[in-house]
Write a protein that binds this ligand. Sequence first.
Ligand code: SAM
Length: 318
Amino acid sequence: MRDSYGREISYMRISVTDACNLRCRYCLPEEVCVATAAVCLTGDEIIRIAAAGVSLGIRHYKITGGEPLLRPDCAEIIRRLKQTEGVETVTLTTNGVLLAQSAEMLRAVGIDRVNVSLDSADEKQYRTITGKDSFLQVCEGIRAAKEAGIVVRLNCVSDRDTDYEGLVLLAESFSVPVRLIEMMPIGYARGRVCISGREVLERLAARFGTPVSCQEAGNGPAFYVRFPQLAVPVGFISAVHGPFCGSCNRIRVTCEGRVKPCLCYEDSYDIRPFLQKEGQREACAEYLKEIILKKPEAHCFDRVQQVTEHKAMSRIGG
Ligand code: SAM
């Protein structure tokens, strides 16, 4: 369906948990006291919301969290989503810590792509950013996913000390595309410096040559380029500086079943009462439609005082 601004909404991000096994300094820092994981949507509830989404033309689904692979039934949820009529793609975003042990199962249930969030190519710096010593496990996970035949790409959120050259070279060593994402002023990242995608692109161009734009598959707003001296494409998601709200195609569902029309604002709507039993699909779709029509025209990340979302990304489902 189209929202009030004529945008085609075709993509839903569903968070399956708000628990995470990393403590990234800008997302869920070590010093933050984490309450027990929320009462998360059940597998049945997730399938019901997807079925309602499909009836409105939402064909692409991303499983997120927290860390989705912490949930024992994550692969089962993906399997069921893949079997839901009208669902075209199901992808996963993970920090990769548990990927090595899950890769074969994810392949077996038909995952269409796995995004691995990795903010450093250096073991020590990885610990500084994430609070954990899991760098080698993540690398192992990427290798295992590739060996299982899964399409993989890396996501890296830019911070003041990001080693972009090291990251793109690491991506090259795995033969996977990498996307560099601007830090959004949400939750614990409020007040952190946002390095613009343009600045990062210029730094990479100085080392790897003049970039040429290229096409890559995906549902997101990334702008991809190829550098002459790098064998993998590099994507830029200018979440703050890029004016891509005009083509925003997504809505989010938190692990507690609240539908969020825009990442920037705290507004969210409880759809759980419509997911409790079979036979509510039409009512659920009707409510989802109402929510989609409330999707704002644009974010206001460039005016931080107006950003009303204060929750950690791990709770929203980034
Ligand atoms: N644990 C999973 C993962 O690591 O992909 C899924 C949840 S995590 C919140 C999803 C993504 O959001 C990660 O790539 C993370 O780096 C990113 N993220 C968290 N806070 C962010 C922020 N303020 N701005 C941009 N991206 C952010």
